[in-house]
Design a binder for this molecule. Sequence first.
Ligand code: NAP
Length: 549
Amino acid sequence: MTEQAIEINDIANIDPHLDYQAIVIGAGVSGIYQIKRLADLGVRATVLDANADLGGTWYNNRYPGARFDSESYTYSYSFSKEVLDQWNWTERFAPQPETLAYLNFVTDKFKLRKYMQFGCRVESMIFDDDKNTWTLRLDDGRQLTTRFIISGVGVLSTPTLPKLEGMDSFKGTSFHASHWPHEPIDLKGKRVAVIGSGATAIQLIPEVAKVATRLTVFQRRANWAAPLNNAPISESEMAAIRERYDDIFAACARSPGGFEHEPDRRGFYDVSPEQRRELWDRLYDEPGFGIWLQNFTEIFFDEKANAEFSAYIADRIRQRVNDPALAERLIPKDHGFGIQRVPLETGYFETYNRDDVELVDSAETPIVRITPTGLDTSDGSYEFDVIIYATGFDAFTGAFDHIDIQGAAGERLRDKWATGPETYLGTMVRGFPNFLMLVGPQTAASNFPRGAELSVDWVTPFLEHMWAHGHQRFDVDEAAETQWIEHVKDMYKGMLLRNARSWFTGYNSNLEGHEYGKMRYNIYNGGGPRYAKMLRDVADNDYEGVYFK
Ligand code: NAP
């Protein structure tokens, strides 16, 4: 009998004095699957979520235009054939309501809601060095004890706002895009400002422009973007997708980013400029991230290759924007295509051809204050009814920093991570025993559910291993963590993204310590397959680098 075949009742009866054997934080994509696996084992576990309902990112981000830029069917959980058979995606890139409905469908199908507690924010979690347990304090005043904590807090779940004078004085409506109001907000007849030009802004700007009386976009830096090329999925297409699911997930597992798109393995310089253009013409009109991920790998490493490709995309933008001067302002000049996370768009560039849409260059004329009726830039005043902040997130570490996490000997995680995350395999942190992370910092950047399933499918047998051996505590070897961090850093070497002002490198102008140049090694750049193999190897070697008690 393998360790994994441990009797369910045996597991359920371990640690009866604790409130739970395992607590999962976050009822998003990763937390839902994690609680399914724990429930299947009969573990006394719960999921805590600060929101009023499940869904995480897809619960919060309700702005118009919010949708996947992963192909819907590659975003499906792969663990249940029944779900794959029953769920129909209606669009190649599903809109937010459909994704949220999907997550609810999966949760209800497996009756997981009973394990979830909503509206409770974890304020602190403190490790008891003698008892090898965690005590969590929630904002509703409760204290809970558990042996293990598994964080499923997401990567981009802590929005950041600019620090501008007068923000509270604004008399109209203002919010961060990821806190789009749940009650319907009618932008018809409204003068609207959008601050930011990242993936969120690029999705919502065309939709807001369709209804607002006037839209003003405050862009500090232009962002490369390429067409999403979305389309409905017919019933017959869905049937064909269903037949292909095994192949789809196999392709995702082979690709560096967890998508169906696999890089073009021909060398950039082994083909002629005409052949490169042929590829790019094709990819530009194809759906999804092909233009980024089915491209020559040189665009990620080689300045010259990247510059040639960026010039190609710049020309495509020029073809779509009527005013040549405006087109130039929409073409990034400070970084090449694809070294920041590429937003995919639907009619984004054409939106600027409208008479009621204005682009303000916030680098040249910065916003200096928010006023009761709008905002002032260094160049003049603007009046607005609504201000939408699409100003990004405290990526990767933000959600952890908001919890007072104290590990062995009282060490605080936010201190340990003050200059950037330090982990072992993106899954554990030395000095924080019995704490596991799903898609934590320093995991391979990937199509999220693919990474989430990989995490959960590693964490769950790891816990089974602990229970099977009667271990009460694990921690990470110092050398193993150091080696992993060095490997993560090595994987940034040579990559053009190393110089990007992007959440991949920890840049966020609204956060102290996240200034440009203060490199934070947030992601594992070695690609999904290599990362998955390393996880497998560690497990196969009796969890090398981890010690048990
Ligand atoms: P983001 O890419 O970090 O963009 C934030 C934008 O706000 C940038 O244009 C930034 O300008 C601007 N900004 C921030 N603070 C500012 C300030 N104080 N004054 C003026 N401008 C300011 O954030 P995001 O657009 O929310 O996207 C983050 C990530 O979320 C994406 O990369 C993507 O991974 C994910 N996302 C995914 C989807 C999807 O899957 N469909 C959709 C949306 C987002 P600077 O560049 O000058 O700092």
